[in-house]
Design a protein around this ligand. Structure first.
Ligand SMILES: Cc1cc2nc3c(=O)[nH]c(=O)nc-3n(C[C@H](O)[C@H](O)[C@H](O)COP(=O)(O)O)c2cc1C
Length: 183
């Protein structure tokens, strides 16, 4: 089974990303072994490596530990709110810390906000492409639509959500590169 990392994009107290992510994990669990990655627990400082992640070996243990967490993943799902028309800084920082470990992995974004997190999705696309993550179409969740402001899916407004998540999971798993054949 593929190993899918589900990254919580928000670390603030009272965040709803944990509630949203729990529903996402439920939807994805048939498609892989899930590693729920809480950036509050990963607890990285602001980028403090002497070199860019793409340009050399890290010196700090927190960077190496973060790399060891991401490296074995086959695919990534980012569950993120929209903050001021973009991504939470903690999410961007966690992406910036690594390079080789992201390369070639499929990623899908599950975004939420008053406009379905449209602007965070748009803002993330070039960032993900720059670390060579391979983005597949994700899912947008709108407050007052599919999602309550408490992060709970409205069963009336979200009847098609399981199908949308199934489609996302199939795109994600379908984009995992085949393992090289062993001799
Ligand atoms: C700093 C900040 C900026 C926000 N900016 C936006 C925004 O641009 N668009 C939007 O739809 N919601 C925005 N919101 C509202 C969030 O979507 C809402 O608070 C959501 O619960 C945040 O996700 P979280 O609880 O997982 O942190 C913002 C919230 C915060 C804390």
């Amino acid at each position: 089974m593929p190993r899918i990392g589900v990254v919580l994009g928000s670390t603030r107290p009272n965040r709803i990303s944990a509630t949203v992510a729990a529903s996402v994990v439920e939807q994805l669990s048939a498609y892989g072994e899930i590693d729920l990655i809480d950036l509050a627990e990963v607890d990285l400082p602001f980028y403090d490596e002497p070199k860019p992640a793409a340009a050399g070996e890290p010196v700090h243990e927190h960077t190496k530990a973060w790399g060891r967490r991401v490296e074995p993943l086959d695919a990534v799902v980012i569950v993120t709110p929209e903050y001021n028309a973009g991504y939470p800084a903690v999410l961007k920082n966690a992406i910036d810390f690594l390079y080789a470990q992201w390369q070639g992995k499929p990623v899908a974004v599950v975004a939420y906000g008053w406009h379905g997190g449209r602007r965070v999705m748009t803002a993330l696309t070039p960032v993900l492409a720059n670390v060579k993550l391979v983005e597949v179409e994700g899912v947008q969740l709108q407050f007052g639509g599919e999602l309550s402001v408490q992060g709970v899916w409205d069963p009336e407004a979200s009847r098609d959500l399981p199908a949308r998540f199934t489609a996302m999971a199939e795109r994600l798993v379908g984009a995992i590169p085949a393992a090289p054949a062993t001799a």
